[in-house]
Design a protein around this ligand. Structure first.
Ligand SMILES: Nc1ncnc2c1ncn2[C@@H]1O[C@H](COP(=O)(O)OP(=O)(O)O)[C@@H](O)[C@H]1O
Ligand SMILES: [Mg+2]
Length: 222
């Protein structure tokens, strides 16, 4: 699903944001990527999504060789990946329904397909009664659930989440992580980057720890 061998990435002439990364994530895994601010977590997710390109190494994502991938092929790679951010990135003048519909509109889905699938997604995140509301009228936890529904609407094989609980208190953070766990148990590979070690200590899963662009530990936590 995701396989990296000797992957390097630096932004300027400075130090490596990713420094000789060897990482294999199998289909259906749930993985936390942890580390202090600046450790390289966001860079790791961005290179998987081809928002940043790697300098060196072999990296295969959903069968795409992302070192060699042409710019014109990037949209096809991204179709298989959902992305969730700390600040939700919802469109504030659009309703919950419209926000979740957007990725389906972009690939030309029909109105009836959109209605059906968005309904399923609203049920998954338990926001059916908020379908016609604007994001600004929802709580932070609800807004993140809308963002997760939007990220999942086109059936991605991989869901990447960058500090998805960074704007939430501990109880809401656990709710969001449990939602991501549920999505994972339905088969989606999920990778969550976070600096909040305390929050994730309550959730089981594989933990990959980064420090200054290198993997310093990688293992299952019961
Ligand atoms: N757009 C950028 N331009 C230059 N340096 C960057 C950029 N993004 C990240 N970096 C640097 O790369 C390193 C890793 O950053 P990042 O991947 O954002 O870490 P994290 O998400 O773990 O906080 C840091 O040293 C950071 O300053
Ligand atoms: Mg980051």
């Amino acid at each position: 699903m995701i396989q990296m061998t000797g992957v390097y990435k630096s932004y300027d002439k400075g130090q490596h944001a990713l420094n000789d990364i060897h990482l294999k994530i199998e289909k259906g895994e749930f993985v936390f990527v942890v580390g202090a601010s600046g450790a390289g977590k966001t860079t790791l997710l961005k290179v998987i999504f081809c928002e940043e390109r790697i300098d060196k190494g072999v990296a295969i994502v959903n069968g795409h060789d992302i070192f060699r991938l042409k710019e014109s092929q990037i949209p096809y790679l991204r179709r298989g990946i959902g992305f969730v951010f700390q600040d939700f990135k919802l469109i504030h003048r659009k309703t919950v329904f419209e926000n979740i519909s957007l990725p389906m509109e972009m690939i030309g889905s029909s109105r009836s397909e959109i209605k059906k699938r968005v309904g399923e997604m609203l049920k998954m995140v338990q926001l059916e009664s908020h379908i016609h509301k604007l994001p600004s009228t929802l709580s932070a936890g609800e807004q993140q659930r809308v963002a997760i529904a939007r990220a999942m609407v086109n059936y991605p094989l991989i869901l990447l989440a960058d500090e998805p609980t960074g704007n939430l208190d501990e109880a809401l953070s656990i709710d969001i992580l449990n939602l991501l766990k549920g999505i994972n148990s339905n088969g989606t590979t999920v990778v969550v980057a976070t600096h909040q070690r305390n929050t994730i200590s309550k959730i089981s899963g594989r933990v990959v720890a980064l420090k200054q662009g290198q993997i310093i530990s990688d293992g299952e936590r019961p």
